[in-house]
Design a protein around this ligand. Structure first.
Ligand SMILES: [Zn+2]
Length: 204
């Protein structure tokens, strides 16, 4: 059990139709509301890995994400890399991140963490674990931060996705514009292909 919890999750095993879309680097008032509305229209649940700095700036959006039934996770305060920092520094980052989210939505359970850039050391994961957080990476990267058009994201994700995938998107400044644009069409296509979109709190 301990080993399992110390190993980052990239894909959910044993799934036949569910996938797990995730959004990093928000909340952002340019893209997050549109993304929430698209998810709602599609009857989809998702997971948002929130930056503490953004959560402090946009508490109402944090609340809105939680109230819509999506999972919330930590992503650091300002997207500073964590893998070479000492335990004390990382612990403070995650505590501040947690407090920023709790200030916006006190009753929401937050048990997930995704390190900025997906880079970590085992010390990073142990600190997260000591705070009751499960470290989550991704199995499929939408590459929205370097896509040249929304259609590129659409084509790539549809061709690559399989059941159990944890799919990385962004609702922040890098990628949020294209992801928010393509999401209605992409969610329709995924649903038409038999995929069900669930939040990670349902399975982790
Ligand atoms: Zn990020």
């Amino acid at each position: 059990m301990t080993n399992r919890l110390l190993w980052p999750v990239r894909k959910v095993a044993g799934e036949t139709s569910r996938i797990f879309v995730t959004f990093d680097d928000g909340p952002d008032n340019r893209y997050t509301p549109e993304i929430l509305s698209s998810l709602d229209d599609a009857g989809a649940k998702a997971t948002f890995f929130l930056l503490g700095g953004r959560a402090r700036a946009e508490p109402l959006l944090v609340r809105e994400i939680a109230d819509a039934g999506h999972s919330l996770g930590l992503h650091g305060m300002q997207h500073t890399p964590l893998w070479f920092r000492n335990r004390k520094w990382v612990r403070q980052q995650l505590l501040d991140n947690l407090l920023a989210i709790r200030a916006a939505t006190p009753d929401t359970v937050v048990e997930l963490f995704r390190p900025p850039y997906g880079r970590f050391s085992f010390s990073t994961i142990r600190v997260a674990r000591s705070l009751g957080l499960r470290t989550v990476l991704w199995g499929l990267n939408s590459r929205d931060y370097r896509a040249t058009s929304p259609d590129e994201i659409f084509t790539y994700v549809l061709s690559a996705v399989s059941p159990g995938d944890i799919v990385l998107f962004h609702d922040g400044p890098r990628g949020g514009d294209k992801t928010s644009h393509v999401l209605p069409k992409l969610l329709s296509a995924l649903t038409a292909n038999g995929f069900e979109l669930a939040s990670l709190a349902d399975v982790l």
